[in-house]
Design a protein around this ligand. Sequence first.
Ligand SMILES: [Mg+2]
Length: 284
Amino acid sequence: MELIQSIFTRMNFFNLQTEIAPRVLATDLDGTLIPLSDCAENRVDLETLKDGLSRDGKEIVFSTGRHFESVLEAISEFRLPRPNWLICDVGASVYCAGEGGHTLYEPYLNHLTEKVGGVTREQVVEAVSELTELESQGPESQGSFKVSYFSKASRVDELVAVIEQILADRDLPFSVIGSVDPFNNNGLIDLLPAGVSKAYALKWLATHADFQPEEVVFAGDSGNDYAALVAGFRSIAVGNADPSLVRRVQNELADKGASSLFYAAKARATSGVLEGCRHFGLLA
Ligand SMILES: [Mg+2]
């Protein structure tokens, strides 16, 4: 019971013990680690970051909304470092590096299975099957704990409200997140176990994998990074992050008396990650 209590406390917020040196870079990909197309400096700094982390034996975690195959494509396309851990699907799946590549990390799968009380994705799919406006996204966007649809952009808000009601009526422990893809104006609707996010998965990993929360430096740039930026890890917002996000993070951490945990980098994307790693002493 005591152990459960202590893990519960740590999963919510922990007091960083600043005498523990950082050893793990956990980073968002798009807009953060991946070089911006118009920024040659980002590509140079990616090499510096890669060399430094590997020379010093630091661990790397990617934390992204991308699905697993899409992360592997990004690693090869942008020559990203090979991560020790991958948090994909906005926190609905975790993969671990092994000799033959990355494999699904079963302890997290088991954790989510337990968290949803055995409710399966099929039950979730069935629950919303009468909503003919939902069009299933491709198999690469689906997961054991992620059910994803397209819709008309103009219908997202209404559909989210309808789905919330269905989930509540059927007592299904899932939540729905609606957004609009700015590149093609598609409505995107994701159903995930209630409470699961990138921050949730990272906090879980930092209390169950081979590193401690106190050893993590997290880097991000946008709204779905907010929770991880204020979770109690040392954290970096890159220079291209939304200024209102940076202010919210600063206010939240100031309220907790933890302002020193956060660094707002001046440089954009990859270069901002490098700048922040140096600030926190993750890299010399
Ligand atoms: Mg991003």
